[in-house]
Write a protein that binds this ligand. Sequence first.
Ligand code: ARG
Length: 389
Amino acid sequence: MLINNLALQHGFRTYNTILSDAKAFLALLQEEQVFQEPCLDRIAEIESEVEQTGTYWQSFDELAYGAKLAWRNSTRCVGRSYWNSLEVRDRRSLNQAEEIFEALVEHLRLCTNGGRIKSLATVFAPQEPGKPGIRIWNDQLIRYAGYRQPDGSVVGDPKYVEFTELVQRMGWKGGEGTPFDILPIVIQMPNQRPKLFELPRDAVLEVPIQHPDYSWFAELGLKWHALPAICNMMLEIGGVQYTAAPFSGWYMGTEIAARNFADENRYNLLPVVAKRMGLDTRYDHSLWRDRAIVELNVAVLYSFRRAGVTMVDHHSETRRFVQFEKSEALAGRTTYADWGWIVPPISGSTTPVFHRNYENVELKPNFFSQPDPWRQFASHKKSDCPFGH
Ligand code: ARG
């Protein structure tokens, strides 16, 4: 029973599951003609490796194509038309938190590429049978702290209040207390204590936000980071689980302007923008929120373009998505999608995806969510902090 629980907790799966997933993956590679040679030998090789070790080591080509497929199969992502241009860095040999951190910094620099953002995934060692995997505790490599004030309000990103308090208990001295302090990175190697690392300033590109017509907009002092870099998802390829495989690309404007800046439980800027625009915020029917959210989106797209940082708008990107569906159909594949995630959070019906139906089917390889390793500690008091600080 105990063994079973541990096994479940650490994602330990039977040889049969791994083998059948591996076979399905190799068949898929065959079907898509990724390799020239038939893969019968490879199956035999994997079989004996799984028998001896409980898992197997993928070739670079398997890993790289598998990561591309994981992106192609991500039903919540509207940007999947670029799946085949994903660059994959193999960092499976690293086994120290310090080395992983260096690789993350390198990832940020390579992906940012001076503003001409590339799609990039860095893959660390997979989870071994019966052991926890490598985990990056942050949900994204670049995120802003949220500081709870005595009056209950928050300076920064309210979404990260818990995480900010956690890293403070772990010894983070905190940033300057601005609304845009970059959180430190927390890396946990299997069966070790998590370690904190501070990102070098020059590895993080940020864009100050201004508006093409409203000069007062810059006075709001807003900015956002150029890269969305998700680092808490598990990349699963052919039965192998990569618990640390950060990936990043470029933003669609609405992610920042219509959600991060606009959501009431994030930066909640619509009332602020509406007031500066001189709108009547007393009545819902004046549509002050709608008018403010459009101008916020105009500002974000304009600012990224001016700064020479890659960003897409929701009209071109959803049109490109429909193109992607067509090219997938030509290749004999159905495009599965999560409608509620594909349709942009503003102007839905003005985009083609709004008028289409999608079936949401989960294929593998894919990126999966995994439980936050730190949730269990999040409510601890400083006195019983598990990290000995
Ligand atoms: N929506 C998330 C954010 O605002 C990022 C999700 C990934 N987005 C992307 N364009 N790859 O940070």
